[in-house]
Design a protein around this ligand. Structure first.
Ligand code: 5GP
Length: 189
């Protein structure tokens, strides 16, 4: 089954607004299994607290946590941009904070896509101030050449081009999060 067969099969209701398959469902499964193995190995004996950044990382978090063979705990945060100014300042609003104390915990932030890196940079400083034992990042997608803030990402699923993508948690106006794969978006902005 080729990528376009998969598109036709999984996303007939959305196909009008979708371009290329950027990461297929099969490739997601394979890579997330590898990430799960790497995390299980690296955190053996000190299982991490996984912090999912809502909403874009929900699908990734759900699959990744099941690929980790350690007694991990999961928590959720929600952040939102302060509108247009955020693009340049990197200031994000914490819509939902963590419910637990992360002091002395091994925290692994689970993020959907790192573009400019500003959101993650803010989150790192915000959580880093609470004295975790360690603070690392597992990002599903890294947009190559887009980073304005240097990022030290411990785990990256896929490096992709600059095109805007949807599916597997990623949205346009809250839609397309339920697609199995990741696609370029060619519909109206
Ligand atoms: P950054 O602060 O790194 O520029 O942006 C990161 C956030 O912007 C991501 O967590 C995600 O919410 C959003 N984002 C960046 N690129 C894309 C994309 O291609 N598609 C979607 N749906 N969201 C994106």
């Amino acid at each position: 089954m080729g990528p376009h067969d998969e598109l036709a099969f999984t996303a007939h209701w959305a196909a009008h607004d979708l371009g290329e398959v950027v990461v297929s469902a099969a490739d997601l499964r394979e890579r997330i299994a590898e990430l799960g193995q790497a995390i299980s190995r690296d955190y053996d004996g000190h299982p991490p607290l996984l912090v999912c950044v809502l909403k874009g990382a929900i699908n990734f978090m759900s699959d990744l946590m099941r690929a980790i063979e350690l007694p991990v705990e999961v928590e959720f945060m929600a952040v939102s941009s302060y509108g247009a100014a955020t693009k340049t300042s990197g200031v994000v609003r914490i819509v939902k904070d963590l419910d637990v104390d992360i002091a002395d915990r091994d925290v692994l932030i689970v993020e959907d896509v790192v573009d400019s890196g500003l959101t993650l940079n803010y989150l790192r400083q915000y959580l880093g101030a609470r004295s975790p034992a360690s603070l690392e990042v597992c990002a599903l997608l890294l947009k190559e050449g887009e980073q304005r803030v240097e990022q030290d990402l411990k785990y990256v699923g896929f490096s992709i081009g600059p095109a805007f993508v949807v599916g597997y948690g990623l949205d346009v106006s809250e839609r397309y999060r339920n697609l199995d794969g990741i696609y370029t978006y060619v519909g109206e902005a």
